[in-house]
Design a protein around this ligand. Sequence first.
Ligand SMILES: [Ca+2]
Ligand SMILES: [Ca+2]
Length: 441
Amino acid sequence: MKHLFISFILCSLTLSAFAQETDVNFALASNGATAIATSGNPLLAIDDNTGTRWESEHGVDPQTLTIDLGQPRTFNTIQIVWEGAYGKTFTVSVSDDKATWKPVWTVEGQQLAGFPYTQTQTFDKTTARYIQFHGTERGTGWGYSFWEFRVYLTGVSRLTTLEAKPMANLTKVGEENTITIIQKDQNGLLMEDADEVTYTILPADAGTITNNVYTPAKVGAALIKAAIGEIEATPFEVFAYDGENVAASTNKENSKVIAQSDINPELDANNAYYAVDGNDATIWQGCYNGEAGAGDEAARTYDAWFTVDLGAYYDVNMVYILFEGACSQIYHVDFSEDNADWTTTYTYEGNAGINAHTRAIYGNDLKNASKVRYVRFWSTKAATQWGVKMYDFKVFGLPLQVTDISAIATPENYMTKVMENGQLIIIHNGVKYDTTGKMIQ
Ligand SMILES: [Ca+2]
Ligand SMILES: [Ca+2]
């Protein structure tokens, strides 16, 4: 029996603690409230301690205790925990300015017994900064005395958790990216009546948000912060590119990968195709084998690479790499016009251990990106003993913008796409064609 009794007590304590957490007492000093009174120490009524109390001067009416919540609060419940010296007749009023008072609780001639006595009054939801207890008739020959004076908003769903996430972390400039908003109340329940979300976009000119839809205005990253009042969601990042993923290959037989490092012989020979298939679930496994130990620096130091032929000249604005957990510790991305002279456009060193992540390379990190036909990913050191694994490698670009066609040296027997005076044209062996294949005179 004794054990059962203890279990019951523990259960009650847990429920009580939960109620305290979910309904905030705005009148607590620790929540920014202060108090004054005509006599006694009113701070002892807002200290969250039922062992300390406010006690007004004995035998004297009227007495007031005024609480400043520190800021306007919305509430509908007041609770007084009386010591034996209770109030027989009193009024509790609220005010925005301590000049005009609105009564929310009036008691006349009550008799209480059994102390401490917790007396609770609910009323229509009101918003105010000041609350005043005004006692005009004492229940005993002593004064007025509270262990605690509490102010709550109860029985009302209150937003406590905000989540915001984009439909995609990668969006084309000008295209819509819907942001999903989830609001939860103090009990973790979904709130259906969505309040309007305010957004902050960093940098501010990265894009715009209307009706929870983000539209990027330029290439690059945007950090987006969502908030409703004081409740903030975890910020998220969206990367924006322009043009198309010009590395994407439609099938394995016609893959744009034209060369790659030796790979695990158990894998198929054209495994790097899976890095350019435009599918974020398929994987390139650029590893020699799975035997090298994590601490074995030498065994993790090897070349794992592939070269993509974009098929034409492009003005590249972003390279976006999705690594599997077994990523590269040191790598570079190279550009070339002719698959002979290479320029390293980006170098990275830093991953240690398992780190599934994305890397968006754009802006100042992209060098010599205005005329690119060949792109190479080259890892020189794996971060783990499991090789260099990549879900996808995306190269976003626009057809090369030129006005002087003579500047283009087309490789022999190869077609390239360029923009000339706003029109897409095709050059083959130095001869210009329109997109239907008709020669342009
Ligand atoms: Ca107290
Ligand atoms: Ca893939």
